[in-house]
Each structure stands twice: as structure tokens, then as C-alpha cells.
Design a binder for this molecule. Sequence first.
Ligand SMILES: Nc1ncnc2c1ncn2[C@@H]1O[C@H](COP(=O)(O)OP(=O)(O)OP(=O)(O)O)[C@@H](O)[C@H]1O
Ligand SMILES: [Mg+2]
Length: 588
Amino acid sequence: MHFLRLYWRVLALLAADRWVAIGLGFAGLALAGLSFLEPILFGRVVDLLSRSDRLEVAQLWQEATALLALWAAVGLSGIGAHVAVALLADRMAHRNRLTVMSRYFQHVLSLPLSFHGDTQSGRLMKIMLMGADNLFGLWLSFFREHLTTFIGALVLLPMTMFLNWRLGLLLIVLVVLFAVVSAWVIRKTEAAQGQVEALHTRLAGNAQDALSNVIVVQSFSRLGSEARLFGDIVRQVLDHQFPVLNWWALVASLTRAAATVTTIAVFVLGTVLHLRGQASVGEIVSFMGFATLLIARLEQAVGFVSRLVFQLPSLEEFFAVLDSRSSVPEKPNAISLGRVAGAVRFENVAFAYPGGPRILDGIDFEAPPGRTVALVGQTGAGKSTAMALLQRLWDPVAGRVTLDGHDLRDITLDSLRRNVGVVFQEALLFNRSIRDNLLVGRPDATQEELERACRMAEAHDFIIRKPQGYDTMVGERGSAMSGGQRQRLAIARALLKDPPVLILDEATSALDAATEARVQKALKALMAGRTTFIIAHRLSTVRDADEILVFENGRVAERGSFEELVRLNGRFAELVRTQLSGAEAAHA
Ligand SMILES: Nc1ncnc2c1ncn2[C@@H]1O[C@H](COP(=O)(O)OP(=O)(O)OP(=O)(O)O)[C@@H](O)[C@H]1O
Ligand SMILES: [Mg+2]
């Protein structure tokens, strides 16, 4: 059954702690045994008392003392086992909760952009937190309670048959009935609870989406409609949740009813058997004890099973994320390259986003080490996508991309990305200090190195004008910096990384003309001695490129140096003319 498979997987996560788990298993067995011993001892004491008129006083005392001493020993060892279980189980659950969270976090971070592109980060957070909490709860309750319950039901219950098989049978019937009813309700409510969880996840995803776009929400006065959207989902959650709650309320009341019926049945059957001489008073008392114990346990089990049903979908989501594999997998024998010379080749490369049309087709070019290649063309032509292939954020559907002659699929992702630096149009920054953001480029950089890079990127001056200087926090996604400041920080970060292959994707588009001219100087210095790809709409930026590739609908329509292309008098020349006339119009 699906349900048990999942539960098994939850427990299997504790594999690293299996010795603790096995120890806890034995402690659980001891606890189960001890809890069943008490009613037996109680029964023996009652039997002893009912025989008291036929016994010598001294013998009565002797037997009673033995029984009571045994009882005390059982009680004390029960307390000991209980404390040990609680302590060990708590520690193990806490430790593994954090372990599993780190594992999830690392896994999600390593998943490719194809995964993150269509998964909201709010969902991923929610799945991690809920999943880890639920696992924690399940581990704890398994070792603290349910292990004892399972052992009790599976091993000790049949043993009551030896005490008195007729009364034992009655208890077994109760347990079987209970199992059947809860299995039935689980089946009835599983699907509905799955929907509830999916809605909860959507809720978290939407909330995060709205929160991270709070400026858009406010400036487009979307407050009301966003709240309505949230309210709609909340209502749907409740609509799906209530029927599930009804079913489990029914199970809870059935268990209660079963409890009363069983107690009465044990009493009635016990009395009949006693009158026929088939059961002693002590046995009846013992079985009353078993029944109470069992019913308490069953009630706990109902609570547990229903909780598991409620948590199952969130655990499934958690495991689904853990199981998702990268679409750019690393070969087991991938080569780790040192610092490369920087020869890049696209060999007849074609690419389509999953389920989409071809974005790139027949892309074929070579960039020898140290050369500068510019990619120009209208928006949406596939320039950034081509550079995404060079970083192996995706794999081509045909052809191959090579770095120093190695197919990107044959080298480790880490060594590839160490050799390739990128400055995007959208400078992505962590919500940390300027210094920490720069150190992402080179963790061991000294203050002098940081400042040199920032001077080259024209960033030093604005940084030291901030009251906190290099310790200024940049805000979420760099929101406390201007667009141009963010870009200059990103350039400084790339300067520090000092990679042999550099991609500048609209890296200076947010700068004013004067600053751009200064940063261009810095970029020239940066580009010296490395293979550089520049994507730019401002054609003045690409004037000095060794080769310009003009992209059109995913193909390279023209290629050559600036002068050659202007002379060709094709698309590129047309682009240059429109930009020039635009500039003249702006000056006029
Ligand atoms: N993650 C994605 N999933 C699906 N389609 C995408 C994805 N990213 C980009 N595209 C599509 O691929 C095409 C090429 O996009 P790309 O970003 O490469 O263009 P570009 O040449 O860099 O344009 P721009 O000059 O505007 O930056 C576009 O039609 C775009 O809509
Ligand atoms: Mg682009």
C-alpha cells in the first residue's frame, strides 16, 4: 500500500542513525512488554486475594510481597525505559530534521534553472519547512508511541490468547475491526487531503510572489485583488478540508464507541466464563486492564493515522523535490578542468526550451582564446539563450558546445562555472553587505583587491560615499542600490572572479552615457586576455569586437567585423543606421 511505502521511506531517512533506531526499537519492545505485564500482575493480585480464605496468612503475605515487588520493579523499569526513549528519540529527531533540511536545501540549490524557472521559491520554502516539520513529528511519535503500539498489537496481543483464548479473541476482533475501518477512511480521504495540500502550497507560492513584487502590488493598486485571490484559495482549502475532518471525527467517535462496547463485552463474556469455571476473577481483571490499555493505544493510533493522512501529501511533495533530477546531469567520469585557455566553439548548435519551438538553430562559430565576440540582434532573437548554453544552464538539443575542445557535457559543472564569469543586465545581489556580495567573486580577496576591482568598475566612489562604505547592506535583490550601482557591483564581482571566459549580457545598459564610457574603459581592461562575449543593444559598445554575430530568429544571419558588416550593407548596417538616426533625433 502506498501509505505504508511512504511511511517506510520516512523511517528509512534515519538510516545514518540506525543503531540508535535499533536501540530505540528494543526499548520500545521492553516498554510494550512492561505495559502488558502490569494488567497481568494486577490480575494475579486479585486472584491471590480471592483465594485468601484458603491460604495461611504467612503464605498470603509472602506471595503478595513477591507480586508487589515484581510490580514495583516493572513500574520502575518502565519509567527508566520511557525516559531513555524520550531523550534518545528527541535528539535523533532534532538532528535528522536539520540534516534533511540541509540536504533538501543543497539539492534545490543545485537544481538547474529549468527546474527553478517554473517553480516559485515560496513553494519550495513551504515544502521544505512543512516537510521537515512533518518528518520530525513522525519520527518522534514513531519512537515515543507508535513503535510500542505496533509491537503491542502484533506480538503481545496474540499472546493474550495463551492467558485466556476466548477473551483474547475478543480483543483481536476489536483491533481488526479498527484497522479495517481506518483503512477504509484513509482511502476515502487521501485524495481530498492531497488537494488541500496542493492548495496550501499554491497559497505559499502566491504569497511569496505577491510579497516579492510588493512595489508592483502597491503602485498598480492591486491590494484588493491580491487579497481576493488569497481569500479565494483560503476558501477552497476549507471546502476541501471540512469533509476530511468529518470522516476522521466519525472514526474518533467509532473508536470511543468500540471502547465502551469492548469493556462491556469483556465484562459480560468474562462473567459468563467465570460462572462456567472457564475464567478466574483475576483473568477478567487482567483483560479489563488489557482492554483499557489497548483502547487508549488505539485512540492514539487513530490520531496518528489521521495525522499521517493529513501530512502525507506534504511529505510526497517533499520527496518529489528530493527526487527531481537535474536536466544537465554531470557524467560520473566528468573531467575537472583547471584554468582553461578559453577557446569556445559552438558546433551546429540547436536548442528549444522543453515543449517549446526551436529558439536556436544551426549556430556555428568559434571564439579563440582572448577574442571578443559580440552578439547583436533584435530582442528575443536568442542571444541570452546561446550564452545560457555556454554556461550549461541547459544542454543543446543538437550539436555541441566546447570549451578548450571539451564538450561541456564531459566536464564537471563546477570547473565549467569557475572558468566562466557572467555579468547580467539584471545584477543579482544577495541581501548582504556590499563586501559580502563582492567576495562572492573571490572569497579570499583582500580589501585592496576589492577596492582595485571597484575602482576599475567605477564603483569605489559611490561605495565610499555611503555612510557604511563597504559594509552597506544592498537590500533584498539589491533594492537599496540604483540600477547602475548594481551593475557596477556586478562588474566588480566579475573582475574579482577573473575568469578566462567572460559573458557580458547587457552589462552596461543601466548606466548613463558618461558612466558607461568610463566603465567601458574598465571593461576593456577586464576583457584583455580573456575570451569575451558581449551582448549589447547599443552598437557603440561592440565597435571593437573581433567578430560580430547578428542573430535573427535563432540563426546567425550575418557575421564579421564592424566595418565589414557596415560595408555588407545588410541587417547590421540597417541597425546601425536606425540607431544613429535615433541618436541624431535625440540630439536635435
Ligand atoms: N526559460 C525560458 N523558457 C521558455 N522560453 C524562453 C525562456 N527564456 C527565454 N525564452 C524564449 O526564448 C527566446 C529567446 O530569448 P533570449 O532571452 O535568448 O533572447 P535575447 O536575444 O537575449 O533577447 P533580449 O535582447 O531581449 O535579451 C524568446 O522568445 C524567449 O521568450
Ligand atoms: Mg537577452
